[in-house]
Each structure stands twice: as C-alpha cells, then as structure tokens.
Design a protein around this ligand. Sequence first.
Ligand code: AMP
Ligand code: MG
Length: 488
Amino acid sequence: MSVLPVPAVGLDDRFARALPEMALPWQAEEAPEPTLLALNEPLAAELGLDPAALRSPEGLRLLVGTSVPEGATPVAQAYSGHQFGGFTPRLGDGRALLLGELTGVDGELRDLHLKGSGRTPFARGGDGLAAVGPMLREYVLGEAMHALGIPTTRSLAVVATGRAVRRETLLPGAVLARVASSHLRVGSFQYARGTGDDALLRRLADVAITRHHPAAADAENPYLALFEAVVAVQASLVAQWMLVGFIHGVMNTDNMTISGETIDYGPCAFMEAFDPDTVYSSIDEGGRYRYGNQPLAAEWNLARLAEAMLPLFADDAERSIELAQAALGTFRPRYEAAWSEGMRAKLGLPDDADDAAVAGLVDDLLPLLQADHVDHTSFYRRLADAARGDAEPARLLFLDLAGFDAWLSRWRALGPDGGAMDRVNPVYIPRNHLVEEALDAATGGDLAPVEALLEVLAAPFDERPGLERYAAPAPQDFAGTFRTFCGT
Ligand code: AMP
Ligand code: MG
C-alpha cells in the first residue's frame, strides 16, 4: 500500500482506536487497472468530497484502497453471525475493509468501507473479491432505497479492478466503496460477548450509544436504552421494507445494523405479485427470510442481540433477562404500529378514519391481492386513480371482481386521497428483470442501462412519460424463474 497524494479526505480511525480487539489492520489487494464504473456525485457532495478528485487516478486508488490518506488505518472488522440460524463465532470482513470514518458536511460521522478489496484473515475459503454485477447491484438497490426514504447504507463508487473473478464463469472484478452511518451490527455485539471480556462489550455499547443513539446515554439504564433504541429502529426499518415489498434475502445477525440502516444487498429483491411466501434467494431453501417472515426474523435477531448484551443490563442475571424480555416485547407493538400507519398512508386514508375500519380494510385487502397475484407496487398507484374516480385500472388487476368491488366501496367510504397516495406509493422500484438486464449489460461493458435505471429510481414517486417499461412487472416467463445469488 502506498501513501500517495490522495484527494483531501480526512479519514479518522475511531473504530480502530476505540475497539482494537475488533479491528485488524489490513491492506487492500492491488488492482491492476482501476476503472471507474459509477460515482455517486450527490453522495460525494454530502461527504464534502470533490468528484473530480475521486475520478483522478489517485482518487481511484483511494476508492479501491490501494492508496490511503496519511494517518488512515484500514481495518477488517471482526464480528460473529447467526447465518440462517447457525452460529459462526468468527465471521468478520472476509473481503471488506473499513477505510475509516469521515465527517459529512452535515457534521455527521460516516464509515467509508470497501467491499471486494481482497482476502483478509477472515476470508476463510473465500477469494476476497467481488464481481462487477453484484457490486453495481448493491449500488442500484441502495440508491433506490435511499430515494424511497428508507434508511440504508449507500454506495459512493464502483471501480472495476481489471482483475477477473472466478464464479461459475470468469467475471470482471470490482470494488464497491460503501458509506454507512457505521458498520456496527448485531454480530459485532455477539463477537464482543464471545470474547468473555465485558469491558470490551461495554466499550462497544458506548461507541454505539455515542454514534447512533445518544439519547440512551441519559437514560437510567443506558445499555438497556440502547437495546430498546435498536429494537425501535429495526421495527421501523422492517415495516418500511414490508410496505414497499422489499425482501432482504439474508437477514443474518451479521447483516443487521445497530443504526437501523439496511445493509448488505446480496440476494435481495422487490416482490412483484403479492405473496407473503415470496423468496428470491437461491440459498434460502427453507424460506427463513421470505417476505412475510421478515418481522419475525428481525425479532429473532434482536433476541440474539439481547443475549449478547445481557451482562450490561443488570448485575443480577435473572433481572437482566427480565429487562431484556420486556424490552424485546416492544418490538411487536412498534412494528405493528409502523406497519398500520404505513398501510393507512398507502391506502390514502385520513388520520381520523376509524382505526378498526382501516385495520379491517387492510386485513381484507391482502388475501385479495394474494389470490389474484396482483403486483404489489402498481396496485397502489392504480388505486390512487380509483380515489380520483377511475377504478378501471385497478379493477383490471383482479379476477375476483365481486370481491374487489365490495372492498373498493368500503375503502371509498373512508374518503381516500389519491394525491397523498402518490406521494408514498412508488411508481418505480428496482424491478428484478430490469436490474438483471442492466447488470448483464454492465458486465459486458455497457453502462448505459445501469445509468438509465439509476436515473429512473432517483425519483420513484414522480411518474414520467416514456418510462412505462420501468413501471411494468416482469414478463411472466421471467417472474416465475427469477433467483438471486449471494456471496458473489
Ligand atoms: P455476506 O453474506 O455478504 O454478508 O457475507 C458473509 C460473510 O462471508 C462475511 O464474513 C463476508 O466477509 C464473507 N464473504 C462473502 N464473500 C466472500 C468472498 N468472496 N471472500 C471472502 N469472504 C467472503
Ligand atoms: Mg454481510
């Protein structure tokens, strides 16, 4: 690793200094021929970084980690993880590095992190690398989520390395530069707990409080308040996923943040036809992370977080468990409240509409959507047309017209507002067939479809003429067979 002139990036090493037991200083692998594939200029601006400097040869070396600013200490982070229920005590960044923290123009601290930067001591059998397609996929999906207003890590850049990566075939390699409010995960706490060093666990919790949940510091029991805050942000996050039909695909405890940001866009996808059993991930054979199971999966992960944090809640073990259980018990009501409020907004119903009537409408709508394989996204946009007086576009989606008409008249009686619906129900989501098409083109060297897709997804609620194909569900032959792959 060289210390060359790199763009003026003030990279701190707070994580490495505060938690050295969980930070392994490491270097990125050389990239033979770094070529910029995507640069997130709005995000660069938020971080106070100069896009022109990032595009320069020195900038590209920073973005692949082969040249870092003076004083920065890139580290591979240690964490544990329950993967599909099975516990691995030592997972960690096998192909990633935390370059350091930088302060955005808003004064907030953010992690600058690389994925695909070469093997680390946590790589186990992996090659430490990443292919262009999956890294651009993370870029596109993260930006789509951000534009939808859902908390997420974001991608600053994807740089092709010029090195081939062996998967089923040889693919062009790439490094993703990712920005997150931090990379603290449930698995980070599991790792600290596993060391048996309660002082380390406490230090980790202190970092999490300072960085993400500062109000917890003033609580009577700060560590319990931290846990409750994580429960709250995760309940809210998963409700937002459910409302837009996002399926994370690999909700392992190492992929669940303490900040409440969505992280790790691997085998994720947006659901098309509404069905709680929808799974797209090729590795999720048991359907553990199917659409309808995501709230339960989140609650399960939070129970693992509580277990890891137990020594911090109280000196007495039984008392600690009682406190943890009570705090975990807030997940369901929080999730239900966020989901119900979100559904009320999706249906355009006024705040003063009777709660029971709204709940009844939601309960009766979902089986209708499921029975007729109705597209989750276009349905709510068409329903907004129905609020404005034209029910035909929505009715065309149903075979059970009697059932849907009966539902419509109950819904209309509550006075839905079509304009309000259009502000919360996206027209454009990263539909799987469009993402695959764009990534295939990019892998072959044509970036235009990815760029076009990113532009569409940047304004998901504004319907624009000429973009009809971006709003349409996948053709039947694609929808039935689509699978996504992890670890690629
Ligand atoms: P993920 O499913 O992407 O969250 O990754 C789970 C674990 O596998 C993490 O510890 C990753 O760092 C590691 N990993 C995934 N792919 C690779 C790879 N190609 N080489 C080394 N480690 C990897
Ligand atoms: Mg991960």
